[in-house]
Write a protein that binds this ligand. Structure first.
Ligand SMILES: [Zn+2]
Length: 426
């Protein structure tokens, strides 16, 4: 009897998903997708999909660790020039082109990062097993690099011409803290009315920005032989004390409107067994979407380390490894969810047959090039490229057919958000 009650309770309390769901503005309608030019563009993607996959493999096999994206950048530039498009390569290495609209519409910017996390000597040979490609970087983000190129070709070939301009940027140094995108936005102010980062698994729509601070906490001292070590300043003891104390810093309780997490992930230092090390360091990965909480926790962590260093009479310095700013408190995020870009992306995916869970179809988090737009107040989302997994590892893989949908998604976002006019009469 008791068991019966327990299993029944959630059913009694459950409210249908549709009843809880607020409705959000959208620009999508099937009529846009079925207009002749857009239909032609989607057909182009189907008819040239084998070539797209071959190009995707070619791009994946160009090593491109962050700050070494030149080969991929040169390839993308050459492909765009072959289409007769104007191409800009800025001084950090971002490649961009602009498809002119008929005028009077918003400028929509797509961004696909060229770089990977894999060292240049990594074997990036692609192997295909059935519907899957396997190689480091094949998923993150070579798929998007290829999808974006093919979307440009399809838009040109079919004559899809929205009112607004559409800018495509292939960015560098995304994996180093979104540096290429930040550089591009800073050097092209007031260009992007909306920003769409092409990154992540197919079906994801993120409109917020997860703040991520990666720090290295470095403790230094003079060192001493073990025989003379009693009572001497000790970087390892300071670091150990600091880690203990960091984990006493209170976090928002489970279920609070905004959460935060942090983690000490790496520890290193010392050269020999029989001496006090001259340097010990550890890393902290701190994450939350709330900018105020991010700053507050970061300060608390750094102060904790400083106190530990003072107590142990050693030097202390914090080095930033990566710094992605946070996108907003719950109120601000609700506002961003209400921008039509978000629901349009959701509706586009559903139109293309991607199932998205009701109530969780868009995420207020996200850690892609779109974060840079979010924190600058530009309506920004990130959407996926294909299905895949094990990114940032040697066993990374991607599903081939889903990249077809990832590419069509770019075309439908262009037609809807840059406000399609139709095909211009020749
Ligand atoms: Zn990525």
């Amino acid at each position: 009897m008791r068991r019966f009650v327990i299993t029944l309770m959630p059913l009694l309390w459950a409210v249908p998903a549709w009843a809880q769901q607020p409705t959000y503005p959208t620009r999508f309608s099937p009529a846009v997708a079925e207009s002749p030019a857009v239909r032609d563009a989607l057909t182009y993607v189907d008819q040239h999909f084998d070539a797209q996959v071959a190009e995707w493999i070619r791009i994946t096999e160009m090593p491109a660790k962050s700050e070494h994206e030149e080969r991929r950048a040169a390839y993308v530039k050459a492909q765009l020039e072959a289409l007769g498009l104007p191409v800009t390569v800025d001084s950090i290495g971002n490649v961009s082109t602009r498809l002119r609209g008929t005028g009077g519409g918003p400028t929509l910017v797509f961004a696909a990062h060229l770089d990977t996390v894999h060292p240049m000597e990594t074997d990036v040979t692609v192997t295909r097993r059935g519907d899957r490609l396997h190689a480091p970087g094949v998923f993150d983000n070579s798929a998007s690099v290829a999808n974006a190129l093919q979307a440009v070709r399809a838009l040109l070939a079919s004559g899809v011409r929205p009112k607004g301009d559409v800018v495509f940027v292939w960015t560098v140094q995304e994996e180093l803290g979104l540096r290429g995108m930040a550089y591009w936005l800073d050097h092209n102010p007031n260009v992007a009315d909306m920003l769409v980062a092409l990154d992540g698994g197919l079906g994801s729509v993120s409109y917020g920005a997860l703040g991520i601070y990666w720090s290295r906490m470095v403790f230094t001292g003079e060192g001493a032989h073990t025989n003379n070590s009693r009572g001497r300043p000790h970087p390892a003891r300071a670091a150990a004390r600091c880690i203990q104390d960091i984990y006493q810093i209170p976090l928002p309780p489970p279920g609070a409107p905004v959460s935060a997490v942090y983690n000490v992930g790496m520890w290193r230092g010392g050269h020999v067994v029989n001496a006090i090390p001259q340097e010990i360091s550890f890393t902290v990965d701190l994450r939350t979407v709330d900018p105020a909480l991010l700053a507050q926790l970061d300060t608390a962590i750094v102060n904790t380390c400083r106190h530990a260093a003072e107590a142990e009479k050693v030097g202390f310095e914090r080095e930033f490894i990566q710094k992605n700013e946070a996108g907003g408190r719950p109120e601000q995020l609700a506002d961003r969810r209400a921008h039509p870009l978000v629901q349009t992306a959701v509706d586009v995916l559903r139109y293309l047959g991607v199932e998205l869970p009701a109530g969780r179809e868009a995420s207020p988090s996200g850690s892609t090039d779109s974060n840079v737009g979010v924190v600058r107040g530009i309506p920004s989302i990130s959407v996926g490229r294909s299905r895949g997994g094990d990114q940032h590892t040697l066993s990374e893989w991607a599903d081939v057919p889903s990249a077809n949908i990832g590419t069509k998604q770019i075309i439908l976002l262009t037609a809807t958000m840059a406000e399609l006019e139709g095909r211009p009469t020749p």
